[in-house]
Design a protein around this ligand. Sequence first.
Ligand code: CA
Length: 223
Amino acid sequence: MRILVIEDEVKMAGFIRKGLEEAGYVVEVAQSAAAGLMLSANGEFDLVILDVMLPDGNGIDVARQLRNEDFKGFILMLTALGGTKDRVRGLDAGADDYLPKPFEFDELLARVRALLRRREGGVSSLQFEDLNMDLVRRKVTRGSQDVSLTQKEFALLEYFLRNANRPLTRTEIGENVWDVHFDNESNVIDVYVRHLRKKIDEPFNFKLIHTLTGYGYVLRKEA
Ligand code: CA
């Protein structure tokens, strides 16, 4: 799940980034309208968190421009407390939701989850064979057994589930789960896949994550 935060206040942007990353999202920050529009054009984001007051423009104009450029993800505007006009104009410009500043981080997180649920068309869990991921409560079960995952393992498994049966290269996994382009020497992904397998595959009858030699990994059921 990739989120772009367009916010010029360094402290606020850092606070949002840290919290979202701890919740398992991949986050990029832009500190101006121009940088935000450039990043959104180059990266595929599921959600943009957009501040209304930016040094080089207004968040409302940014929202409109994102929609004009056919941005398909969600836009969550951060508005000033009591800024009713901003909210109405923001929603009219293509924002999906707004949150007045100052806010509790938990509320931001709840709204992010609510928006992402909406994208699933109300679907709040991902299922593959006997593996289930509850996206709302962030719980994973295989068969009747609960599986406890770290945030990063959860994000990795979510990416596998969203791309079930599709061979994934290490590059794709790195960019979508870590937002990093690991060099060929790096074995970070392999290490995490190994951890994940220990939890979701090894104790069970059949394996779901398979290695594709010289390519990457795939989540699928093999006969
Ligand atoms: Ca600002």
